[in-house]
Structure formats: C-alpha cells, structure tokens
Design a protein around this ligand. Structure first.
Ligand SMILES: *[C@@H]1O[C@H](CO)[C@@H](O)[C@H](O)[C@H]1NC(C)=O
Ligand SMILES: *[C@@H]1O[C@H](CO)[C@@H](O)[C@H](O)[C@H]1NC(C)=O
Ligand SMILES: *[C@@H]1O[C@H](CO)[C@@H](O)[C@H](O)[C@H]1NC(C)=O
Ligand SMILES: *[C@@H]1O[C@H](CO)[C@@H](O)[C@H](O)[C@H]1NC(C)=O
Ligand SMILES: *[C@@H]1O[C@H](CO)[C@@H](O)[C@H](O)[C@H]1NC(C)=O
Ligand SMILES: *[C@@H]1O[C@H](CO)[C@@H](O)[C@H](O)[C@H]1NC(C)=O
Length: 661
C-alpha cells in the first residue's frame, strides 16, 4: 500500500504539467523537481527522474527529443533520494553544486577548485558544466562518467589532476547505483581498453591507436566511427566520434556484460545497435594461455600454439582435453645467447596484452629491434600503429593472442637454432661465434677511443641511453597513483570519528569512509609501531596491491604522512564472516549452499595467494574476522600481506587474541 502511494507520488512529479525549461542555473535561478535544464539546441535535458518502478529520485541527463527516456548520466547514483521530498538543485554559497530538500542540503558534489561558480549549464554534447564568472570550467560531468560514453567524452587517465575516467554499469535497469562491470583504459604499459567484472577481465580491446572504420549505415547515412587517442605525459585517453555528427549516438555498458554502441534513427524513432563487444561471451580473456592463439572460427572455439613448429603445449594432455589455459612454451628455450638470438615475424594477429610493456612514441622498427635484442628479458616487439613509429616492447610471456584478418604484426624472440633450417644454422652459429666477437672487440676499441676523445673535446653525453628509462619512469609514476593524502582520508572518514569505526583488526582500527566522488572505502589505520620505513612500506603496498583476485579484498592505495600509515581498501557492505556465523540470528540466514560457496571462495583466494600469485604470500592470520563479504556474499580475504608489511615479526602486530589459525 505504502509502496504504491510513494510510486504514485513519484509519477506525479514526472508528469508535472507546469514544468519550466531553464537555460542556466545561477545563484538566483534554481532547478526544482519537475523543471528541467535544457541545452542550447535542445538536444539534452537535465532534471530529476525515477527509473522504472524504483522508489527513488535521481538527478540525471537524458535526450530531450527521445520520448523513451534514455538516461546518459546520473549525478547521485549511489545516493538515492526518496520520492516525495521537495528537491531543489542550486549553486550554494561556496559555489558548489548541491541538492536541497526543505532548505537542508542532502547531497552535493564537493568541488576542490578555489574558483567561485557562477552558472550551471548543459552543453549540446551532454556535458553538464559549472563555470565561474570568466566562464572557465570548474567542474564537468564528463569527468564523472556513469555507464554511458557520449561522443567526445574520454576514457583513460588524467595524470595532472590524478583522475581516472571509466564507465561502470548500473546495478540493474531500475537502479543506477555503481554496478560491478567497468570499462576503462589500462595504463600500466602501453594503453589498451579492458572490460571487467569485478577484477575479472571479460574483454580486452586492442592497444589504443587513432583509427577510423565503417560500421554500417542507417538509412542513407553511413556510420563511420573515429577513435581519438591521446598518449602523453599528462594524459592517456580514448574517445569516439561519428564522422557524421548529426547522428545521435552513445556507447553504453549494459548490465549483461556488453559494451554496446547505439545510433538513433530518426525515421524509425528507435535506437539501432551498431555493434557490441565482446562479440562472443564464450571467448574468455587469455583462454589460450601464453603463446596460444585463438582461432577465428566463429562456431568452434579452439586454440593453437602461435607457431606449431616452434612452440609446444605446456601440458599436452590437458591441451588435448580442451583445457588450453596452460598455454604453450618454446620448443627450444631462450638462453640469452648474447645477441645471437633473433626474431620471427608473425602477421595478422591481435597484439598480446600490453600490461608488461614499455614503449617509445618515436622510434623506428629497426631501432625497436635493436633495443629488444639488447635485453634478454625482452620477448617481442611491434609497432601498434602503422601510420606512426611507435616501439612497443614486451617483457613477459605473450598473453591473449588471437589470429585476426588484417591484424597487426609482431616480432617474437627465438633461440638462434630456431631461426634458420637446422643444417645452415650450425654453420652460421660457428661463423657468428668466431667472427662477431672479433668485430665487437675491434668495434669496442674504436668506440672507446672515439668516446674518450670526444669527452675531452666537449663533455658530450653518450647517446642512445636514456630512452627506455623515460618510459619506465612513467611506469613507476603510474604505480604511485594510489597514494592518498592524509587530509583526503581524514575528510572521508570525518576525522576518524568513532561513528565511522567498523571494527578493530589485528593491526589497528578500521574506519568506513567516503571519498569526494562518493566512492565508499574502508581505511585501516595501522598501529604506529610498524618497524618499516616509508619507502619500504610504500613498496610493499604497491607490491601487494598488484595481487588482484576476486576472493581478495582490493587495496585501493595507501597514505603515509608523518607517523601515520593508512591502508585504503574497497568497502565490503556485508561485514566479516565472524559477525555472521557467531551470531545466533544472523547465522540462520546462511544456508549450506551459501556456506559452501564461501568456503570455496576462501580456498580459491588461498590457492592464488600461495601458488598462483607472483608474491606467494602466506597469510598467517586467517580467521573468520579476516573474511569479508561483498554485497553478493562472495568472500574476500583481507589483511593478506600485512605479515610482510610488519617485517614478518608477529609480535609487532598489536593482536592480543590467540591467532585462530
Ligand atoms: C518538507 O516540508 C514539508 C512542508 O513544508 C513537509 O510536509 C515535509 O515533511 C518536509 N520534508 C522533509 C524531508 O523534511
Ligand atoms: C591521434 O591524432 C591526434 C590528432 O591528429 C594527435 O594529436 C594524437 O597525437 C594522435 N594520437 C596518437 C596516439 O597517435
Ligand atoms: C546487452 O548487450 C548484448 C549485446 O548487444 C545483448 O545481447 C543483451 O541482451 C544486452 N543486455 C541487456 C540487459 O540489455
Ligand atoms: C631489461 O629490461 C628489464 C625490464 O625493463 C630491466 O629491468 C632490465 O634492467 C633490462 N636489462 C638490461 C641488461 O638492460
Ligand atoms: C624515444 O626514442 C627516441 C629515439 O631513439 C629518443 O630520442 C627519445 O628520447 C625517446 N623518447 C622517450 C620518451 O623515451
Ligand atoms: C561535501 O561536503 C559537505 C560539507 O563539507 C558534506 O556534508 C558532504 O557529505 C560532502 N559530500 C560528499 C559527496 O562528500
């Protein structure tokens, strides 16, 4: 009964007949529930709405002319406002975008820039902007994407403002809250896009490059999609546009793991699906393992080794059973033969995962070859963009390869004996072994002479050194991203207020917090007697934050300031396992299926920590209170790696209870 009444109330607001259409919101001009803010050419509209039969109100942006409301942005997605309260959006005192109800502020975007906002307006590209008196942009909705990418909107990272732009799905079609699917740019190594469900990669795009392609046509108009990519010291970003920008389009992350590109067809009054990724959900990320390639057969999924003559399945029996995840290994292992190794060219492939790569945006293919050859750990090189000279170097096994018509070319490192046919290669090897050292020796003598002589004349720097160093510095900077300032965390946890305290763990109290952008976090304030220095601590955190598994609590970053050492984790709404199983009433809610799932999840997390991860961590304090549960009751192990952080000396942990394990 009550629900129905509230619903009716919600609908009444939507159909308010005297709705005003504003062009701007200023200090004297408010937006009340029912009114809308309209872009100059009347393409987009901002206002309060209720999705489906939800009981909540949200502030959002949708297309004005499309009657079937298509919401492209939601302001308060994780802070629903109850239906029926009189809502007002205005610029309040310090120039901040805020929603009020009965003169009480109930939601706001806190803007950290010092400028004073003068106006809010909606642009025709769907960007809601807050400007100051000089019309400079103080804040824009394009910096806070939800589930929809509009033409010109960016995905990626802004290194200057330390911002990451990525899409995240709605929880359901009636709940715009942040869902578990994300689509963003991976910027460790050469940038590429990934679609993830939690930590699990569902789909990997190709290494980013400027490109244009024809994606079909609607009526008489052709849909040509253009990707605009920026890769620089200050920003890595990806945006799309249609060449014919009179066609409305949007790319939306839907709740069943697809990123869909839609175009609006005027005559048919409907959205038309242009394309969607992944094209086949049976194709999982890296299903063929290292050096395995996925075949292109649309009906039958199968894997081959990159080159049947040079590689063999790592586990032949499993491979024959159709379990390809072990991948392939070289028939002749690499042994670092001092420049005698070489590269074999493979064409028409989708380039492998670029996470462990270094790159230089201005280096020819020959220079790239030389660079890779010089370093025994360099496994392959390629130029991802034919229109430019980019050198991309891989330093680990090649993952997630795929055969692809019209794909790229990659040069893969091979032992010298694999380079030519058996008979000639031996001769060549002998020649190389005898002659090359001789030539190198003479070369070195000349070089030394030249170098020293030049040093005397002018303090010239030996050329050709620093290139890769610069790229690897970028890599390091990237990993330093998860450093939070103490003031940010103090703000987020209301100065570590007792109300925000979630509990007391072995290594210190844990607080709930909320970052400026509305993201919920858990903050562990480590007891001050950790023996580690700042750098050691930071390195350790960077190391363990790279361990990502769906049954491990994700570390978002850390904060070190003075005596304070804080660890920032993702927030788990269902608390820890001990709060459930040791509570008479709560434990009734856990049936055997749930319990079994929790047990399996913990086991998976442990297998990962003990075996599959790079660090091989022994937890040493695994107990029910260290198992946290997400909203779907999936278990996540927490506090792993803390034994390492505390220098392996358990007595330094301020735990007083006997360790249960
Ligand atoms: C807002 O004020 C109205 C009347 O002025 C009142 O009926 C309503 O309960 C108030 N709402 C809230 C959330 O305080
Ligand atoms: C893509 O094209 C733009 C404009 O021509 C250019 O500024 C940018 O550097 C290019 N990006 C890459 C990665 O080549
Ligand atoms: C998501 O997109 C895929 C591919 O376009 C489609 O098959 C599926 O029905 C969509 N799911 C929802 C919930 O819209
Ligand atoms: C080879 O490259 C790796 C990864 O960048 C680097 O750590 C190592 O120092 C390099 N080795 C040499 C000899 O340059
Ligand atoms: C890339 O390589 C070129 C040519 O070797 C070099 O001059 C340049 O400094 C390098 N740039 C970076 C960012 O490493
Ligand atoms: C913004 O700041 C106000 C007061 O400083 C605070 O009450 C509010 O919760 C903050 N909003 C967010 C989303 O952090």
């Amino acid at each position: 009964m009550e629900g129905a009444a509230i619903l009716l109330f919600c609908l009444l607001f939507v159909h308010k007949s005297y709705a005003a259409e504003l062009k701007t919101i200023s200090e004297s001009n408010f937006l009340t529930d029912g009114d809308t803010l309209v872009s100059a050419a009347g393409i987009f509209e901002l206002g309060f709405f209720t999705p489906g039969s939800s009981k909540n109100r949200y502030l959002g942006i949708w297309y004005k002319k499309i009657s079937d409301k298509t919401v492209v942005w939601v302001a308060n997605r994780d802070h629903p406002l109850p239906c029926g309260s009189p809502l007002v959006l205005k610029i309040a005192d310090q120039g901040i975008l805020r929603i009020f109800s009965n003169a009480t502020m109930i939601w706001s975007y806190n803007i950290t820039t010092s400028g004073k906002a003068a106006a809010i307006l909606l642009r025709d590209d769907g960007n809601l902007v807050l400007t100051d008196q000089q019309e400079r942009v103080l804040w824009q909705s394009f910096d806070y994407p939800t589930d929809t990418l509009l033409p010109g909107m960016k995905i990626g990272r802004d290194y200057v403002r330390r911002k990451e732009w990525y899409l995240s799905s709605w929880k359901s079609s009636e709940d715009p809250a942040t869902g578990e699917l994300t689509f963003g740019a991976e910027t460790r190594g050469y940038p590429e896009t990934k679609l993830r469900q939690g930590a699990l990669v569902i789909f990997r795009g190709e290494p980013l490059r400027n490109s244009t392609f024809f994606a079909g046509s609607v009526l008489d108009k052709s849909l040509t999609v253009r990707y605009d990519v920026i890769i620089s010291e200050s920003e890595v970003s990806f945006a799309y546009n249609l060449e014919d920008n009179s066609i409305l389009s949007r790319a939306t992350l839907n709740s069943s793991v697809h990123l869909e590109l839609w175009a609006w067809v005027d005559n048919a009054r409907g959205w038309r699906l242009v394309y969607s990724v992944p094209s086949d959900l049976r194709v999982t990320y890296n299903m063929c393992g290292a050096y395995g390639t996925r075949s292109m057969d649309a009906f039958q999924q199968s894997c081959n080794c990159l080159d049947e003559k040079k590689f063999v399945p790592k586990n032949q029996k499993a491979w024959e059973r159709g379990d390809w995840s072990g991948g392939c290994i070289r028939r002749t292992p690499l042994e670092c033969e001092n420049g005698l190794e070489g590269f074999i060219k493979y064409s028409n492939v989708k380039l492998p995962d670029t996470e462990n790569t270094l790159f230089n945006m201005s280096m020819t293919l020959e220079e790239c070859h030389t660079k890779c050859l010089q370093n025994c750990t360099c496994m392959a090189y390629a130029n991802p963009d034919d229109s430019q000279s980019i050198c991309l170097l891989w330093f680990n096994n090649l993952l997630d390869l795929q055969a692809q018509n019209g794909g790229s070319t990659i040069f893969v490192r091979m032992a010298s004996s694999e380079l030519d046919s058996q008979s000639t290669s031996k001769n060549i090897k002998i020649i190389l072994l005898v002659i090359i050292p001789g030539v190198v020796l003479i070369g070195l003598m000349i070089a030394t002479w030249l170098c020293c002589a030049r040093r005397k004349w002018n303090h010239a720097k030996p050329a050709g050194e620093g290139e890769i160093l610069i790229a690897s510095k970028r890599l390091e900077e990237d990993m330093e991203q998860p450093l939070f300032s103490f003031s940010t965390i103090a703000d987020a946890t209301a100065n570590f207020s007792p109300e925000n305290k979630l509990g007391e763990g072995g290594f210190g109290p844990v607080y709930k917090g909320m970052l400026e952008e509305g993201k919920e976090i858990a903050v562990k304030r480590l007891s001050k007697n950790s023996s580690q220095g700042h750098d050691e601590f930071k390195n350790e955190v960077i190391c363990i934050s790279k361990l990502q598994h769906r049954n491990l609590v994700k570390i978002l970053g850390c904060c070190i300031e003075g005596d304070e050492k804080l660890l920032i984790y993702e927030y788990m709404p269902n608390k820890s396992l001990d709060s459930l199983i040791f509570d008479k009433t709560q434990s009734m809610t856990l049936d055997w299926t749930k319990r079994f799932n929790i047990i399996k999840g913990i086991a998976r997390g442990l297998v990962y920590l003990h075996q599959d991860s790079r660090l091989r961590i022994i937890h040493r304090d695994l107990k029910a209170s260290n198992i946290l549960l997400d909203q779907d009751m999936n278990p996540k192990i927490s506090d792993f790696g803390l034994a390492r952080i505390f220098g392996g000396n358990e007595t330094q942990a301020s735990t007083e209870r006997v360790v249960g394990t």
